[in-house]
Design a protein around this ligand. Structure first.
Ligand code: ASP
Ligand code: MG
Length: 435
């Protein structure tokens, strides 16, 4: 069970989490830092990189005051408060000891690790105060990356299994998300937002029945609630469908984060700490067939069309086009081709001028700005007839710039003007889900 930063963001929320995790069996609980903490630790590091040690220390002090407040609200007995103060003090003194003129990536990673060490120490002490026999399993003792900065599953499994056995009298286990050691034994992390990755790696290592990711929304919605009324949580999604949606900023897990779960065939359930009875969204390897599950959209898309007689019956034309995007580190998201032209979309205009200059060597180039990609996700394997028709009929007279289908079995992407996005999302909602 993984709880994100907002789920442990206040003493009250922490108490909710404690209630949720007790009496649910001997689970492993993965915690993020309290929301805002990792950002503050990044800020402290930033001051230290700029050699403003006083500036850094001021923020360290402010953060410590915040944690003192948390302790006062979280614990009831003076004894528990004292224990917590001692542990928190030690962590802040350690941060101060790293706050020096000479500041490198090494110190920064140590500092970034303290957020998860704080949240888990507090939760473990709180559970003890509540009479729960929880064991704190330090992530730095088992979570490890190799020389390529990839998690090392064999090492993780062996060490974690040993640690769990050592504490086999515990009612439940608490550990830190995000933090790890690298191949050289130094403190490191799995990148921002990496606690989901931790949960997935742990689930895979212990062969969990299920991995629960607890956040502050009731699962993945079937359309964007900011623009469409009456959206509902999607009960079940295939891992591949979830991967298609990840690009659209839908509150969904990053595909690499859930890869260990997917490969080990362990279902991942998205649940809401604020509404624990809600069913949430189950992501696994065999979700219901023959249905469309969700619609998502992304703004600020630029479409580029390259037309050239030289493309007809030629080989290597697309490679040349793609190389231009590669040389400017710009990723292409959607592609459609005809015999004499190709259209692509990008969502990063930083190097657009250079890209266009280079593309003009190969053909006539047209650019459409302020576009939006609408993505329809579901079981869209090509033998399932009728879904493409339904989608296009729903869009009625909305001008469509590009249509992409067949890249995977799980999506249809449509490019429209950004100003038509809300209308398109609503028409699709009515025609695909409400009728
Ligand atoms: N605390 C880390 C971050 O804010 C990791 C996480 O929350 O997943 O990025
Ligand atoms: Mg987070």
């Amino acid at each position: 069970m993984k709880f994100g930063g907002t789920s442990v963001g206040t003493p009250l929320r922490m108490k909710d989490v404690a209630r949720l995790v007790t009496n649910r069996g001997r689970n492993i609980i993965v915690l993020s830092a309290m929301s805002g903490t990792t950002n503050t630790l990044v800020e402290i590091s930033d001051y230290l990189y700029k050699k403003n040690v006083d500036g850094a220390k001021e923020i360290v002090n402010q953060l410590e005051v915040k944690y003192q407040g948390v302790i006062n609200e979280l614990f009831s007995t003076e004894e528990a408060k004292e224990n917590a103060r001692r542990e928190v003090k030690a962590i802040f003194n350690y941060i101060r000891s790293l706050s020096k003129d000479i500041f490198t990536l090494f110190e920064e990673k140590e500092i970034l690790a303290q957020g998860e060490l704080l949240s888990t120490a507090l939760m473990n002490l709180y559970l003890h105060e509540q009479g729960v026999n929880s064991a704190l399993i330090p992530a730095l003792d088992f979570m490890r990356t190799d020389k390529n900065n990839e998690p090392d599953p064999q090492y993780i499994r062996a060490r974690l299994t040993a640690l769990l056995e050592k504490h086999d009298d515990a009612q439940l286990y608490i550990t830190q998300g995000f933090i790890c050691r690298n191949a050289y034994g130094e403190v490191d992390n799995l990148q921002r937002g990496g606690s989901d990755y931790t949960a997935s790696l742990i689930g895979a290592a212990v062969g969990a029945e299920e991995i629960e990711i607890w956040t502050d929304i009731d699962g993945m919605h079937n359309n964007d609630p900011r623009f469409v009324e009456g959206t509902t949580p999607v009960a079940e999604l295939h891992f591949e469908e979830a991967a298609e949606l990840a690009y659209f900023g839908a509150k969904i897990l990053h595909p690499t984060c859930v890869l260990p779960a997917k490969l080990n065939n362990i279902p991942v359930r998205l649940l809401n700490t604020m509404q624990p009875e809600a069913k949430g969204t189950l992501i696994y390897n065999c979700s219901p067939n023959h249905t469309i599950k969700a619609i998502a959209a992304k703004d600020n898309i630029t479409a580029i069309k390259i037309k050239s007689g030289r493309m007809l019956l030629a080989y290597g034309f697309l490679r040349k086009v793609f190389e231009i995007f590669e040389s400017y580190q710009t990723s292409i998201d959607m592609i459609t081709t005809s015999e004499v032209g190709v259209s692509v979309t990008i969502d990063n205009e930083r190097n657009l001028h250079h890209i266009l200059d280079d593309l003009k060597k190969f053909g006539t180039v047209t650019v459409d700005n302020d576009m939006a990609i609408i993505c329809i996700v579901g079981d869209l394997e090509w033998h399932n007839c009728g879904f493409e028709t339904k989608v296009l009929n729903a869009l009625g007279d909305i001008p469509i710039r590009m249509i992409s289908y067949g890249g995977s079995n799980y999506n249809i992407s449509i490019l429209v003007k950004q100003s038509d996005k809300v209308k398109a999302l609503n028409l699709l909602q009515q025609n695909l889900f409400n009728s």
